[in-house]
Structures are given as C-alpha cells and as structure tokens.
Write a new protein. Structure first.
Length: 482
C-alpha cells in the first residue's frame, strides 16, 4: 500500500491511497463467504457455491463492493498511522479507481487537530471580586433560615401581602371552562409569584368567602399561552408568623446554642461560598486571557457538528424538560433567531478552542490522571446528574465515556497550571492565593465552558469530545459503494 498526505488547510488533510489488488485477497474471500451464506443456488448446498458461480449469477461487482467496504477501514487506518496524523471524527472517502485484479485507489479527507503553539502565560493578570461579607449579608442569611421555620395561623380579616390563602380557581377561554382549568384547595402565598400573573392583586383585600375575576395568560395546560378569564375564590386566610430571633430559635434551627454562634457560622459559610465564587471567577478569567493569547484554527466540520449538538441538546433535552420550544425560549430571552445562532456559534468556538488548548497543555506539561482523581471527579459528576456514583460509573463504562472523563480531569489540571502561574488580584488590590484542590477536579473546565452551553449545561464540549474518538486511529472509514 502507498499513501500520501496533502494539507488542505491547518485543520484538514487529504489522504491519497493506492492498494495493490493482492492485498484485497482476505476481504474478497470474506465477501464470497458472506454472500454464500445469504443466497441459494439450485444444485449447490448453502455455503458451498463456487466463486465463479457467484460471479455469474450475482455479478463480480457485488463481490468487489462488499470486499472494498470491508477493507477500507484497515487501509485508511494504516494510512493515518503512516502519516502520523491526529485525526478528528470520520473521513469523507471517495474511491477514485478500482481495476479488478490490478488496483484500488481512494482518497479520504478528514479533519485533524491543529498544531497549537502555547504562548508564555506567566504574564497573565486578572482582577476578581474581593471577599467581603457584610453584617447585612449575615442578617439576610439568618432571615432566610428564619423564614423556613415560619408558622401559619388562621385569621379573620382581609388577605394581605405575605399571607397564605387557600383558594379555588376556575379558568375560562372564550367563555368555556377548561377541563384542566379547575383547581380546589390550592395553598398560595401572596407575593410569591408562583401562580398566575394578576392573582396577587385579585386576592389582596379579600376575606374568606370572597372572590374576584381577573384576566391572565395561562402558563401551562391545554390552553397554554392563551388569555383566560380566571375566577378565584378565597376559602381561608392564614397569617405567617416568624419565630423570634433569639437563642431558642438558634437551638431549634441549628446545632448551635446561641444566636451569636449561629450568625458566626452563617458568616463563615458565606465567606466559604464567596471564596469558591472567587476561585471560579479567577479560573474563568485566566482561561479567557489564555484564549486571547492563543491562535487556534477551528475545523469547519467539527464546528458545524458542535453547533448542531448544542442546538439539539437545548431543544430536545433542556427545553423539553421545561415544557418549552425554541420559539418560546427565544421570546422569553428577548432574542432573535439570528442572535441565538450567532451566540451559539461563538460559544461553540470557545468550547472547541478551550479543549484544544488545554489538551495541548496536558501534553506539554506531561500531566497524568490518577485513579483517585478520576474517582473523585466521577462522584462529582454523579452528584450533578442526580445519579448514584455506581449508576453513573456503569453508564460511563457502558457508553465508552471513560476517556472523556479522564480528559475532563486532565484539562482541569492543565488550567490549574495556568492559574497558578497567573497573577490574581482582587478589587481591593490584594493578591489572591487560590487553593489548588478545587482546580484539579476537572470541574474548572466545565465551569469555564458553562457560558458556552446554550442553557447552562456544565459539560465539556460534546462534539469535540466525540471527535476525539477518531484520535485512536481505529475508527472505521464510512462504507462507500464501489
């Protein structure tokens, strides 16, 4: 076999391959055997039909087609290995010549990973928010806890903001009561915004037994999105009572004995949360600066696949779970389809560049992933997916996604190397020292790419990850008819 590589652009090559016909012998034998098992010829036992009879009855062309489709993956893989190519995804194969008994020639165009020069990143400097927890922050946190321990007591007065009312609802569209437009004994907190627009104004001022009618656009059900005439009847009014802020409340709501201890713990928790936010902010901003410094050609086919993957996941998974379609989503976001397409492409480009750069850093810094790091990352991913670690691990193994998880962890460690070399200061001008433990989990890559996902999906670039399957050079070329 002879092969040659022609560079079409920094991310795509064309392989030209010539195969002497004798190298097709094994595939031809396999083709005859396969056809033998599929056809019957009078006078011959099944599986014992001579090759010349198969040629006469079914045509030599059918045998050659089967043999070539069987042989192409091996010859393509051999040519990739001979050219020492780092391919992405499946090739576009074209058979240029097939001379029976003489020669098979074909070309294969395929995307490759671009050669990336990692610049000196030691001079990167970013500014992040300072960690400041005010007394007001602590008071707000304690009030939120206090709110969860509120009780309700029936009152004989008009309903007011913050009260809990029990209501019956009836919705009409075009004068007809909807089958799914009637509800009884619904508990609603006035001002929560959890039901229909306009309901707060309708029930405020009503006593038990009072009712009102208002118009609102339905948020779900058979007439979703349509204006409806809604009648609401208040059957009970209850006032929410908050517990006193004292040591007794602290003992009831926490493991602490005094209110001051509870507040001190709230302050500590808020500081920890802001430290995490600060670290995430630093990682994202350092990565943005690294992306600006690094020239990365983007494979066109890979980019198109990544854009399609993002759109598909948004429309068929994320929006589907929320009961929305793309048109409604864009309406809520206040975006045109053109703006959405432009943003999706921008995010896809960022995701692909991020993966390429960090993968190159992994190789440059010779970073490895230990079993302990992989296990920790798997547990984190399981928690975010709502699955148990065992279930998630089984799904990962069955889906052949272990290399993808290893890549996520390795890229997280690569980003940690860059963050460690960068200068991070807060808005007060103080140098920020970041804890490396969170940097090496692989979560950093996902956080950095979160804005690159259409609906806040914290996952690594999917099409790029899928394209990596071509890196082992063992993928089969697409079957092409002779």
């Amino acid at each position: 076999m002879k092969s040659a590589v022609e560079t079409l652009n920094p991310t795509r090559v064309r392989l030209t391959v010539e195969v002497p016909f004798e190298e097709l012998k094994d595939s031809l034998d396999a083709a005859y055997k396969k056809i033998n098992q599929q056809v019957t010829v009078k006078g011959f036992r099944k599986g014992k039909i001579p090759a010349r009879v198969i040629d006469q009855r079914f045509g030599r062309g059918a045998v050659l087609e089967e043999a070539v489709n069987d042989a192409l993956p091996k010859f393509y893989t051999d040519a990739v290995n001979e050219g020492e190519l780092n391919v992405l995804g499946q090739p576009d194969v074209d058979i240029t010549e097939l001379k029976d008994g003489e020669l098979l020639s074909f070309t294969a165009e395929v995307d490759i990973r671009p050669v990336i020069e990692i610049p000196d990143y030691s001079g990167i400097e970013v500014t992040v928010d300072s960690i400041e927890v005010t007394d007001e922050d602590v008071e707000k946190s304690v009030e939120q806890l206090r709110d969860r321990f509120a009780s309700t007591n029936p009152v004989e007065r008009a309903a007011a903001d913050g009260d809990v009312v029990t209501i019956d609802l009836e919705a009409k569209v075009d004068g007809e009561v909807l089958e799914d437009g009637v509800a009884s004994d619904v508990s609603y907190t006035i001002g929560s915004g959890e039901l229909l627009d306009g309901i707060d104004e309708a029930v405020t001022g009503l006593e038990a037994g009072g009712e009102a009618t208002f118009t609102s656009e339905l948020k779900g059900g058979s007439a979703e999105g349509k204006p409806a005439e809604v009648t609401v009847k208040v059957t009970a009014v209850a006032a929410r009572e908050l517990p006193a802020l004292d040591d007794e409340f602290a003992q009831m709501a926490s493991e602490f004995d005094t209110l001051e201890e509870l507040k001190a713990d709230s302050r500590k928790r808020l500081e920890t949360s802001k430290q995490y936010d600060q670290a995430t902010q630093a990682q994202e901003r350092v990565l943005d600066e690294l992306l600006k410094l690094t020239e990365v050609p983007i494979p066109e086919k890979l980019l198109a696949e990544e854009i399609n993957t993002r759109k598909h996941n948004l429309e068929h998974h994320q929006l589907g779970q929320m009961g929305l379609d793309l048109a409604k989503y864009l309406e809520i976001q206040g975006k045109t389809e053109e703006e959405f397409d432009a943003e999706t492409e921008e995010q896809a480009v960022k995701g692909i560049k991020t993966q390429f750069i960090l993968d190159e850093l992994v190789n440059k810094e010779k970073l490895n992933v230990s079993q302990e790091e992989l296990t920790e990352h798997l547990v984190r991913r399981a928690q975010s997916s709502g699955m148990s670690p065992d279930q998630f691990a089984q799904a990962v193994v069955e889906g052949g996604q272990v290399p993808m998880l290893v890549g996520e962890v390795a890229r997280g460690k690569a980003l940690a190397v860059v963050v460690e070399a960068a200068k991070v200061i807060d808005t007060n001008g103080e140098v920020v020292e970041l804890d490396d433990e969170e940097d090496e989990t692989g979560e950093t890559v996902q956080a950095a790419d979160a804005e690159a996902a259409p609906a806040d999906a914290p996952e690594a670039t999917e099409a790029a990850a899928d394209a990596d399957k071509g890196d082992d050079k063992g993928d089969s070329a697409e079957k092409t008819e002779a």
